[in-house]
Design a protein. Sequence first.
Length: 138
Amino acid sequence: MSTVATWPTQAETWLDERGKGAWIAAMVLGFIFFWPVGLALLAYMIWSKRMFSGKCASKRRNHSVTRSKFRSSGNMAFDSYKEETLRRLEEEQDSFESFMQRLREAKDKAEFDQFMDERSSTAKTVNEDENDENTVNA
């Protein structure tokens, strides 16, 4: 009885380890062999939010644990080096983001200036055409 209860859990863990593509492949195979199985897998993927999340649940838990920048390695020299490197990278990221923001603003300003120049030249052309017509009619 225990093997019957654990095989779905084992299958779920196995698919989670392989990612979203494995879940989709299992669902497609389910539709090919017996459509209610594929439909059940699709419903489960939507219900458990595996269909719309970037990663499966177990990967998300493991990723958050290993990514912690405050986790100590036990070596104080390495920890200080890691902290300094992370701080420097964050500063570089901030300066790059501000550079990109300035670049976007400059591009937007250039596009707006071009639009205003085209608009004013169009308005001048229309005014000149009206003036020419008034001169001819007079």
